[in-house]
Design a protein around this ligand. Sequence first.
Ligand code: SF4
Length: 158
Amino acid sequence: MKMNRREFIRISSMGLGGFALANPMMSWLADSAANSKLGTGFLSSRTPTYCEVCFWKCAGWVHKKEDGTIWKITGNENDPHCNGRLCPRGTGGVGMYYDEDRLKTPLIRRTKGGEQVFEKVSWDEALTFIAERMKAIAAEHGSETVLPFSRTDPVVNF
Ligand code: SF4
């Protein structure tokens, strides 16, 4: 089978990636190489963050390349929940961030021309909409029927 240069590099890097995953020393070397900026356009910074996918809200680091794109997300070793490790959903945050369907603005469902549509709105409009609905529920059924709830740290909150 004849292979062009691009295919050769892709297949070679897949093999190396698999080996790096299976071999902690290779992973460490790959990270060290990235951190010392060997190779162009690679890692330039890391920024603290936390994962919003589930209630644990594990703390992590976003590692960015020099061009500002995200390279990977890793756990923060000082977080007692994750001890420096994120689950696959957390590390998969890179894909979520770049997902073209990711919501970046509030949407309000409205009926237009007999059809239900989601309209992009500002945060002010969305929060005003929610506040008005909550006030109306409280006025009609009593304030005890409204319970704001934010699920965060289960150890602290429960
Ligand atoms: S990394 Fe996994 S366990 Fe931690 S908050 Fe994200 S989804 Fe939850």
